[in-house]
Design a protein around this ligand. Structure first.
Ligand code: NSS
Length: 431
């Protein structure tokens, strides 16, 4: 007798098979009983007829509770009325592990309760659908860069140089060498790798001690960061729109079932094709003021500003050339307006806000050193980074796309915390 997965039942119609999984629900009319089983690959209904099954499985059925793990043996039957198209007429039922008073019942639970039980919450259909969309997005990211000839370079998580800003660092003691920081970004390292390999990317967890409790912030999140030698800021935006369109199209193509499960209206996602509209930061401020925001030239766009501006467009929008004073030290000064830098954010529609931050990098040794010193950073820790400007400096650009923000947007989630299996937030380290 073969042990199969629920997703493979189609190939076993008429055969006797064994399935292993967890009980979702049971119901019984006294003579006929039903058990819905979930095994990660799908769900199927098992049917037991008191008349036809031996006594042991019938008795076992009576004791089944939600999330009991079982091995269920039976004959696979085509059943057009059931969701997967198949049913199993049960001939044997073996309990593997009992489940007493499973905390998550079919009734509604509050978010705090669910987050406290995240390890179990993952078993629901909705969370399964989100996990599979995330998986697809990660695979799409890797496939895109592989196809485009990028080399993957894994960058360190323990670092000696601050990657973004000192304000939200996690630091730890590092033997006799003082402080090590958990990487806020792999960018500085992929810049070095770009001079070796041309087109590179890193993709891994990044850390920020964000004091903000918003629906867009985690303290640990995954970021993919391509870096391309000889790309300027304009080419950088073209790469971003091609990349984002690819990911969204892939999710729409291969995760229809999951997006349906999430009740995601996919019409706005279908519009996500290159080119994306572009607006300069200065024009954005003017437009935002017309729309009622009190933002003044020189300050960063807040979450509400991003939402307001993105509403003006039917697909993601690039806002480019921000004021130097609100952006990181490594961004290249704009030769046409030195108050600004050659950077861009990419804002997702439907209130999801910034999913990408990118820029052309400062490639001039003296200017970069001045920015490092100007921000009170320890120039000694950046000696290697400055070397890239001493030995064959080059125009180069890159960006970082936040995986959880992207998944939250594609899935239409109200909060970023559902876009990762075990979210890390200012008030959450459990489970
Ligand atoms: O700070 S970024 O805007 N840019 C960088 O880190 C650059 N070093 C990237 C690069 O050019 N290689 O962050 C990039 C993206 C941002 O647009 C968000 O999508 C995401 O990373 N991000 C976050 N996601 C979740 N939680 C937090 N706290 C967070 N911070 C940034």
């Amino acid at each position: 007798m073969s042990v199969v997965q629920i997703s493979e039942l189609r190939a076993h119609a008429g055969e006797t098979v064994t399935l292993r999984g967890w009980v979702v629900t049971t119901r019984s009319s006294g003579k006929i009983a039903f058990v819905v089983l979930r095994d990660g690959s799908g769900m199927v209904q098992g049917v037991l007829s008191k008349k036809e099954v031996p006594e042991a499985p019938w008795a076992e059925f009576g004791a089944l509770t939600q999330e009991t793990s079982v091995a269920l043996t039976g004959v696979v039957r085509e059943e057009p009325r059931s969701p997967g198209g198949y049913e199993v007429t049960v001939t044997g039922l073996e309990v593997i592990g009992r489940s007493h008073e499973y905390p998550i019942s079919p009734k509604e639970h509050g978010t705090t309760f669910l987050l406290e039980h995240r390890h179990l919450w993952l078993r629901t259909r909705r969370q399964g659908a989100i996990a599979r969309v995330r998986h697809e997005v990660e695979q799409a990211i890797r496939d895109y860069f592989y196809r485009e000839g990028f080399t993957l370079v894994d960058t360190p998580i323990l670092t000696g140089a601050i990657g973004e800003e000192a304000g939200n660092l996690f630091a730890t003691d590092y033997f006799d060498l003082g402080k090590a920081y958990l990487a806020q970004t792999g960018q500085l390292y992929v810049e070095a790798a770009a001079a070796a390999l041309g087109k590179v990317y890193c993709f891994g967890p990044t850390f920020r001690a964000e004091k903000s409790k918003t629906r867009r912030h985690l303290t640990e999140f995954w970021m993919v960061e391509p870096e391309v030698a000889f790309n300027d800021s304009d080419a950088n935006m073209r790469l971003q729109e091609s990349f984002v369109s690819f990911i969204v199209a892939r999710a729409l193509d291969r995760r229809k079932e999951e997006l349906k499960e999430l009740e995601r209206d996919t019409t706005p996602l279908e519009r996500v094709t290159a080119p994306f509209p572009r607006i300069s930061y200065s024009d954005a401020v003017t437009r935002l003021n017309q729309l009622g925001s009190d933002i003044a030239w020189g300050s960063d766009l807040g979450g509400d500003d991003e939402t307001l501006l993105a509403k003006e467009y039917d697909r993601p929008v690039f806002v480019y050339n921000y004021p130097k004073q609100v952006k990181a030290f490594y961004m290249k000064e704009n030769p046409d307006d030195p108050r600004t830098v050659l950077n861009n954010d990419c804002l997702a529609p439907e209130g999801y806000g910034e999913i990408i931050g990118g820029s052309q990098r400062e490639d001039d040794y003296d200017r970069l050193l001045a920015r490092i010193n100007g921000q009170g950073l320890d120039a000694e820790a950046y000696r290697w980074y400055l070397d890239l400007r001493r030995y064959g400096t080059f125009v180069h650009s890159g960006f970082g796309l936040g995986l959880e923000r992207t998944v939250a947007w594609i899935c239409g989630l109200p909060h970023i915390r559902e876009a990762i299996a075990f979210p890390r937030q200012i008030h959450r380290l459990y489970p």
